[in-house]
Write a protein that binds this ligand. Structure first.
Ligand code: SF4
Ligand code: SF4
Length: 56
């Protein structure tokens, strides 16, 4: 399952830089993960200051 970013996201952008497959982009009010690209490595969850990315 792909990771999903919750509404806790504060749009800092840190996770987008860490994603090895560039699956994360800025969305409307929060960053979003393209489920078709995400390989569930967990890197985004590891760097997020608010724990927004979670395994979907
Ligand atoms: Fe990218 Fe890995 Fe996060 Fe999926 S789990 S969005 S591949 S950093
Ligand atoms: Fe949002 Fe966390 Fe990603 Fe920052 S690192 S953009 S708070 S999900």
């Amino acid at each position: 399952m792909a990771y999903v970013i919750s509404d806790e996201c504060v749009s800092c952008g840190t996770c987008a830089d860490e994603c090895p497959v560039s699956a994360i982009s800025e969305g409307d009010g929060k960053f979003v993960i393209d489920a078709d690209l995400c390989v569930s490595c967990g890197s985004c969850a590891g760097v997020c200051p608010v724990g927004a990315p979670q395994e979907g």
